[in-house]
Design a protein around this ligand. Structure first.
Ligand code: URA
Length: 423
């Protein structure tokens, strides 16, 4: 095969054969196909789309580029969750220990944030001394002993995706259903989980801004998982406004611990419970009282063991920002919009996120919300508190909040329930 012929085929709208796909992914992983050739192919896929069989072959080739984990030696079934990324999405933190309470093992191999969406590992790293990196043997041991592990995905899983994702990030080819679906599902299938629930976000803070595109992405991923022998389902969930009342690393850990203590904001609790029930259903457990495990401390017990097993102190004080600034409500009335993307970008500018992969993040930076869409507010009352270690960033963060807040507008777009649909 020749890279130029494969690119030309996709450029001209033809379907790539399985052999062409196997060759191009393998050659790219080995450095035989150059970055600029893969970038051209990604753009051709972006423009001309792929058929379902092509997406399946592409995903299989990405899985074959690396190792596959095997959890079949565990004494309990495995079930995992993957979110397509949002603002204030800390759900993995209460969810993994909650599911483990019911003797289902949760192998959460996670990533760091890039852009305005946060990363689970960045959040957990705000806990003093917590370690993200574990060997495959340590992952298996922790799953057997505690039933839950949240750690860094090793470099061995789908290495083709690692290279391709970095390339897409710099060539405006991220927002493409075949490329997103194959990227996510190659990693999750290689991870070796038996059950998988996809949390597909819809709204301003998500990749998919509208319901129809989110449905198509969800359907594509569910089919890829099912064909690979993974019990897969998807929840479409609202990401027009941030999840919960905190955005930012240590702030989100604080809120997750509130949920594990039986409290926390209702949208975070509802989504955690809905995803836990679905993960347990895929593992064959239907008659379980998930909420009880949050209120009676069983999920908190697993959380503390999980944090200690990775060298963290679950009882240590979390870092707190030295500088805060309040954003007041401009008028009185019902809050009709609090835009997820704008809040995500503001939090990122305060220091909670990174612009390049190698940048550090601030543990303390982020935004606390004092009201959510549907709440009534009074002019001058605090609407948000901005947190940062670098007060010179307040001005740009406030700039990105321009237009984020609407009071007294149309309430019909405010979602009543966090879960919009199940696929
Ligand atoms: N997350 C991924 O892992 N890959 C994508 O392409 C998009 C989101």
């Amino acid at each position: 095969f020749d890279a130029v012929d494969v690119i030309a085929a996709k450029r001209d709208g033809r379907t790539l054969s399985r052999a062409q796909i196997d060759w191009v992914i393998d050659a790219y992983t080995r450095g035989v196909v150059a970055d600029e050739q893969m970038a051209a192919l990604a753009m051709a896929i972006f423009i001309n789309d792929m058929e379902s069989a092509e997406i399946a072959h592409w995903t299989q080739a990405m899985i074959a580029s690396g190792e596959r984990m095997d959890f079949s030696s565990l004494s309990r079934p495995t079930s995992d969750k993957h979110s397509t990324g949002g603002v204030g999405d800390k759900i993995t933190l209460p969810l993994a220990p909650l599911v483990a309470v019911f003797d289902v093992a949760v192998p959460q191999l996670s990533g760091r944030g890039l852009g305005h969406t946060g990363g689970t590992l960045d959040k957990l790293e705000s806990i003093p001394d917590w370690q993200a990196g574990l060997s495959n043997e340590a992952i298996l041991a922790q799953l057997e002993n505690l039933g839950a592990v949240v750690c860094a995905a090793g470099s061995g899983l789908a290495p083709a995706d690692k290279k391709l994702y970095a390339l897409r990030d710099t060539t405006s080819t991220v927002d493409c259903i075949p490329l997103i679906a194959s990227s996510i599902m190659s990693k999750k299938i290689a991870e070796g989980t038996e059950g998988l629930v996809l949390d597909v976000k819809v709204g301003s803070g998500a990749f998919m801004k509208d319901l129809a595109k989110a449905q198509k992405l969800a359907r594509t991923m569910v089919d890829l998982g099912t064909d690979a022998g993974v019990s897969t389902s998807a929840l479409l969930t609202d990401m027009s406004t941030p999840l919960g009342l905190t955005v930012g690393n240590a702030l989100e850990v604080r809120e997750s611990v509130e949920v594990l203590a039986g409290g926390g904001p209702s949208d975070v609790v509802d989504l955690t419970v809905a995803l836990a029930e679905e993960m347990l259903r895929l593992a064959g457990k239907t008659d379980v009282d998930v909420r009880a495990a949050l209120s009676d401390g069983r999920a908190m017990d697993v959380w503390k063991k999980m944090i200690r097993a990775q060298n963290g102190d679950p009882d240590a004080a979390l870092p707190v920002a030295e500088h805060t600034e309040i954003v007041p409500a401009p008028t009185s009335g019902t809050l009709s919009k609090l835009d997820a993307l704008a809040v995500g970008v503001a939090s990122w500018r305060l220091g909670a996120g990174r612009a390049r992969k190698e940048d550090p993040v601030q543990d303390v930076a982020g935004i606390e919300l004092h009201a959510k869409p549907g709440d009534s507010v009074t002019a001058g009352q605090p609407l948000m508190t901005l947190h940062t270690a670098t007060p010179e960033h307040f001005a740009r963060a406030i700039e990105s909040l321009e237009g984020a807040v609407e009071i007294g507008g149309d309430l019909s777009a405010v979602s009543e329930s966090i879960v919009l649909e199940k696929i």
